[in-house]
Write a protein that binds this ligand. Structure first.
Ligand code: NAP
Length: 246
């Protein structure tokens, strides 16, 4: 099914910006949100020649009351809403109990509480119209609780995946579809400085995400290679080995 009117959060950089470019190239109508309005403004200026329509809005997803207001306004501007991509997220975090509680709490507030606010806002619109496609950008690190600086991040993404899985069960016999994406390492600001041979370039990663979204996959590790087999391995890895993960 062609989903024309799409909201993407966290569209000011990285994967969100990349997905906005891909959907603009397909002639869709876009509602782009993030905190850095200047970057959204610049991006919208570039995309307007390709996209059918581009609306932008400043949004801090941790300001949970503002999320439905912004989603409703963007949907009004686009003349409807077919798909929401819950993508805004951050990768702050530090080993728990080492004096960086604020970074870990901000991670959960943004990636899980902020995401829930977006899911509430999107589902409220989708339930009213009995149609829509909700896309949750989770992470490979949702598959298993990760140690050290990744602990809160991995918990936030596991929570997000669980929200998606629960909604999939609830919406199974309705026209509302839910996709959970589990990206592996894709080069963006969130992981600058991470040294791994498993890093995918942004363009390849974004194309794999958009393909999984357009296919309305229930759950997809992206890019599929090597991350689908890694996701199985992570799930069944013996506990004794998980301390060596990071
Ligand atoms: N890259 C990877 O390897 C990877 C792997 C797994 C999952 N992911 C997930 O992919 C998503 C996108 O990340 P990315 O890799 O593209 O990183 P990024 O380049 O740092 O982009 C993160 C985006 O989220 C937005 N954001 C952060 N906090 C926000 C807030 N409080 N309110 C609104 N927007 C906020 C940022 O915009 P502003 O700063 O302008 O608000 C930015 O547009 C995240 O959910 C991340 O966890 C990434």
């Amino acid at each position: 099914m062609l989903r024309e009117k799409i909201i993407i959060t966290g569209a000011s950089s990285g994967l969100g910006e990349g997905m906005a470019r891909e959907f603009a190239a397909r002639g869709r109508s876009l509602g782009l949100a993030a905190r850095r309005l200047d970057r959204l403004d610049e991006l919208a200026g570039e995309l307007r020649s390709q996209a059918k329509q581009v609306a932008i809005s400043k949004l801090d997803v941790t300001n949970v009351e503002s999320v439905p207001v912004v989603f409703d306004a963007l949907a009004d501007e686009l003349g409807g809403l077919d798909r929401v991509i819950v993508n805004a997220g951050l990768g702050k975090g530090a080993p728990i109990g080492t004096g960086h509680a604020a970074a870990n709490i901000e991670t959960i507030e943004t990636n899980l509480v902020g995401a829930l606010a977006q899911i509430e806002a999107a589902m409220s619109i989708f339930r009213k119209q009995n149609a829509g496609h909700l896309v949750l950008v989770s992470s490979m690190s949702a598959v298993r609780g990760m140690p050290k600086a990744q602990a809160a991040y991995s918990a936030s993404k596991a929570g997000l995946s669980a929200l998606g899985q629960g909604l999939q069960a609830e919406m199974a016999r309705t026209p509302i579809k839910v996709t959970v994406l589990l990206p592996g390492y894709i080069e963006t600001d969130i992981n600058r400085g991470v040294k791994t041979s498993m890093m995918t370039d942004t363009d390849t990663g974004v194309k794999a995400m958009v393909a999984a979204i357009e296919a309305e996959r229930t759950r997809a590790a992206v890019p599929s290679w090597p991350w689908t087999p890694i996701s199985w391995g992570l799930k069944f890895l013996p506990d004794a080995l998980s301390s060596k993960l990071i």
